[in-house]
Design a protein around this ligand. Structure first.
Ligand SMILES: [Zn+2]
Length: 439
């Protein structure tokens, strides 16, 4: 080889090495966290549902890893999202309702946006309900945070908004964290055509009356079936909108270097234990939420049955972004850490009128999952139940709580809270919480 050729080769190799270093620095992965409100895991095809509600999410699960035993840390929107945002359980972030006072997320606690912003991520939030708006402290750390100050929005408009942002910012070399919250599956169930008649030709007829009417209709099994049909139709509608989002991410090339994490804040009861909606119990129809992760290096088609929780999402995303996990975080990076003996806690039911300073009375109810054993303790009534979810997944045949699980439940409260949540006041807040059945 001549000296000139050698010289050219050295130049080419130098440029390639430089480009490699440069592109590595520039090309941290984009991360999409998609939270579908009120979506119970067992109503998705990839979690075994017999109805075809979720072909898009089923396909995402086939191209990634599905966590089959993910527990919500709380049974309703505000505290559950706070756990997703912070990697903490409810007793640590203290977000929720106590003494009929609403407490928003403490802006001093590191959250998923503040952590990634520190490593040059553009942080984007598109959320659909006032409960996780600026007013409640959830916008902290986001460069762009689109939320509603009243009521709730719809999936199609939010997906449009996300796609519009990426279209307008095409060429921005910085990595992006995009948090998308879709509220549609939450009541009132009003799926748009043609999804409204997918599972029942009656469509939404009668649903409004059902939601707002008295207990006589609530006890009608046919009405319950109809309500669930509309709930499933909302899932199909949202799944369809996610198909639109994912298609565009693939077409534009964004998906080539992006992680997609899909979860929910909590499930929904349909009278499995005597009531409807969510927020006031800790059974699995409320706590079992989906967690699907897809992206570079994630094993395809894997079903991981490790018990985990929403508070693991922040560590998982921190791992994708190369951010150290703060010491106070209770969750773990499910792809890089193991913790075989951990118990998964849930609390934060909407309490009655509590007058003491005992945090257990604030929270009133707590559950822990230890393997397949699940204990639930109501600190008001002192009702206690222990279930084996392998033998009794529907939680119909409780055992008496034994001393070990009683200890684990009480131990949940033994560490001091991390956050100092702020009081949220405002007429719009109270109206919205009333409309959603929370106050
Ligand atoms: Zn919710």
């Amino acid at each position: 080889m001549t000296g000139t050729l050698w010289f050219r080769l050295v130049i080419v190799v130098t440029v390639l090495i430089f480009m490699g270093c440069f592109s590595e620095k520039q090309e941290k992965p984009d991360i999409f966290l998609i939270i579908i409100d009120t979506l119970r895991a067992d109503h998705l095809g990839c979690y075994g549902y017999e109805r075809s509600t979720s072909p898009i999410l089923d396909s995402l699960a086939a191209s990634g890893t599905l966590f089959s035993r993910c527990q919500a840390q709380a049974p309703w929107t505000l505290p559950a999202h706070a756990s997703i945002w912070t990697g903490l359980s409810v007793k640590s972030h203290m977000t929720g309702i106590r003494n009929m006072v609403v407490y928003g997320l403490d802006s001093e606690i590191d959250n998923i946006a503040t952590l990634l912003k520190d490593v040059d991520y553009v942080t984007l939030g598109f959320v659909n309900v006032i409960l996780i708006s600026h007013s409640f402290g959830f916008a902290n750390g986001f460069d762009h945070y689109s939320s509603t100050d009243q009521g709730h929005g719809r999936a199609a408009a939010t997906v449009d908004e996300v796609l519009e942002w990426f279209s307008e910012n095409r060429g921005n070399p910085r990595p992006k964290l995009t948090v998308i919250h879709l509220f549609d599956v939450h009541s009132p169930y009003d799926p748009p055509a043609p999804f409204d008649t997918k599972f029942d030709p009656l469509g939404t007829q009668g649903v409004t009356e059902f939601v707002t009417d008295s207990l006589g209709i609530l006890m009608n099994p046919e009405a319950t079936d109809h309500l669930m049909d509309m709930y499933d139709s909302e899932i199909s509608w949202v799944d369809n909108q996610l198909g639109r989002l994912f298609s565009e991410l693939r077409r534009s090339g964004i998906a080539d270097n992006a992680y997609i994490v899909v979860t929910s804040d909590h499930g929904e009861e349909f009278f499995e234990h005597g009531s409807w909606s969510h927020g006031h119990s800790l059974y699995q129809e409320i706590l079992h939420v989906p967690l699907i992760v897809s992206g570079p290096g994630i094993s395809l088609g894997v079903i991981d049955s490790t018990p985990c929780g929403q508070f693991d999402i922040l560590p998982v995303i921190a791992g994708f972004a190369g951010v150290p996990i703060p010491d106070h975080v209770e969750g773990i990076d499910l792809f890089n850490q193991v913790s075989p003996d951990r118990v998964i806690p849930s609390s934060g039911v909407i309490p009655g009128h509590s007058t003491t300073q005992d945090p257990r009375e604030f929270e009133s109810m707590c559950s822990i999952l230890n393997g397949f054993d699940k204990g639930i303790l109501n600190y008001f009534t002192m009702d206690e139940q222990l279930f084996n979810l392998r033998l009794d997944p529907g939680e119909h045949d409780p055992y008496p709580l034994d001393s070990l699980h009683r200890f684990e439940l009480d131990n949940y409260w033994s560490t001091p809270p991390v956050g100092h949540p702020h009081v949220v006041r405002g007429t719009a807040v109270e109206i919205d919480l009333n409309d959603l059945g929370y106050l």
